[in-house]
Design a protein around this ligand. Structure first.
Ligand code: NAD
Length: 259
């Protein structure tokens, strides 16, 4: 893929799942990687994997919901690598609840991580990208941004917000050299999906495995999505080949045309 060699990329939530796959794919394309995750142990393991792939890596303990952590992340990235070319806002959480049982605390936690965390991490990195007149931001939203759900309304709302902030920042900074896009994954085989399967199945009165199976039945390609399926799409959006794409929310979900 063109244009990724020697770029510096921050991946939030890069310690496992989709974030790890994005980090490793970008490293394979020749980028140096900053893994920003609340979980230092997993972030350090992925940093080791990036180094084993021949690129430089830095693990930074970061809670994207906290301003001090976001500032410290940008400082650490700049003092180690001297620039930031790519930001992938991937950190996210989900809570499974009946819509009438969602508490304000739970609502706030989901928005603080998925929506506020994404927006303000962009805000922390953008001045640096604008000063250099170039940058790529990819936000990991979800098909949940475009769908309705009886089990995680607050999550879906947060992801719809991520799509909206992506469009707004794309319009604000396109003329200054920064593209901002979203990838909307479907049902990805990670710890997050395992939690959804367990908890949503119980909430909806389903047998173990039934919730996932009902979703897989709606996928044209007939299989669960793998983290690497997302990583490959993100690498494309960060590459030179995607130079004329901005403000988009691109579905990478195996063709969930009938959901
Ligand atoms: P995951 O739970 O396996 O991994 C999430 C990672 O984010 C973990 O390493 C975790 O420690 C980190 N994290 C959580 N809160 C954080 C915070 N406040 N600050 C920094 N790091 C934090 O999840 P995943 O399935 O890999 O999901 C990654 C992203 O993809 C999320 O934004 C999720 O909403 C989105 N997504 C997932 C699916 C799916 O089916 N798994 C589908 C669509 C979108």
């Amino acid at each position: 893929m063109r244009g990724l060699r020697d770029k510096v990329a921050i991946i939030t939530g890069g310690g496992q799942g989709i974030g790890r796959a994005i980090a490793l794919r970008l490293a394979r394309e020749g980028a140096d990687i900053v893994i920003a995750d609340v979980n230092t142990a997993t972030a350090s393991v992925v940093a080791g994997e990036v180094r084993a792939a021949g690129r430089r890596a830095l693990a930074v303990q970061t809670d994207v919901a906290h301003a001090n952590d976001r500032r410290a992340l940008v400082d650490a990235a700049l003092s180690t690598f001297e620039r930031i070319d790519i930001l992938v806002n991937n950190a996210g959480i989900i809570r499974v609840s009946d819509p009438l049982e969602i508490t304000e605390e739970e609502w706030d936690l989901v928005q603080a991580t998925n929506l506020k965390g994404t927006y303000f991490t962009c805000q922390a990195v953008l001045p640096h990208m604008l000063a250099r007149g170039q940058g790529r931001i990819v936000n990991i939203a979800s098909i949940a941004a475009k769908a309705g759900s009886t089990a995680f309304v607050h999550y879906n709302v947060s992801k719809a917000g991520v799509v909206a902030l992506t469009r707004n920042l794309a319009v604000a900074y396109g003329k200054r050299g920064v593209t901002v896009n979203c990838v909307c994954p479907g049902i990805v085989d990670t710890e997050m999906w395992a939690k959804i399967e367990r908890e949503a199945g119980v909430l909806l009165g389903m047998e173990p495995g039934e919730f996932t199976q009902s979703r897989v039945n709606a996928i044209a390609l007939g299989r669960l999505e793998q983290p690497e399926d997302v990583g490959d799409a993100v690498a494309f959006l960060c590459s030179e080949d995607a130079r004329y794409i901005t403000g988009q929310a691109i579905n990478v979900e195996g063709g969930m045309i009938f959901h």
